[in-house]
Write a protein that binds this ligand. Sequence first.
Ligand code: ADE
Length: 243
Amino acid sequence: MIRFDILSVFPEMFASPCGSSLLKKALDKGLIDIRLHDIREQALDKHRMTDDAPYGGGGGMVMKVEPIERTLRSISVPDEETPIILLTPQGERFCQKMAEELAGHRQLVMICGHYEGVDERVRTKLVNREISIGDYVLTGGELSAMVVVDAVSRLVPGVLGNSESAGEDTFSMGLLEYPHYTRPAEYNGWKVPEVLLSGNHREINDWRRRESLLRTRKRRPDLLRDFPLTEKEKSWLADEAEP
Ligand code: ADE
């Protein structure tokens, strides 16, 4: 069981991703707990302002520190180690290894940034971690928080069925996955590779491993750089000329 506390000015954005597929099942089964906190509820001025003009001038609005701090104070966390995360394009880049590390915690607190930015005191005084989901800028941190929730949740035992366990995923294995096929064996003249119909499991495993390696070399050579290859695997790669 892992608990996510999400601070947002648009908590309604989470309804759809949390209301379908595996996340919904995980919520229904009590394997994950998602608590949404509307930052605006802690904006106590007449206009419930969660953002304001930047000191020093310039365009755009900056999210205010008080409503965020007040919202955080309303959330109980087990200990000092609990990640209090700000989602921001300036953060550390999210990856499978980070998802695995985060999945080891009992609770994650995530603050979704918006507008031009967030008052610097949120970074320096309130959070202990900043995460970016990639080198592009979104309109806000909500989708990023959902990405983290999704990637972490599927690592929680019981969220995936046995047959779809996370152990053989692309990035856990360090290689891209081999191609998958299902019935029919031929469609529009497009055939499934013969070896997969052969029933010879040693040959099938070799074929999959080889496809995985060739695909990784072609699309993500950076992943192969530190990958320990067997002699057999080296010869597969050598036999297949680089495109
Ligand atoms: N907010 C806006 N863009 C983002 C990104 N790339 N990662 C995390 N949070 C964001």
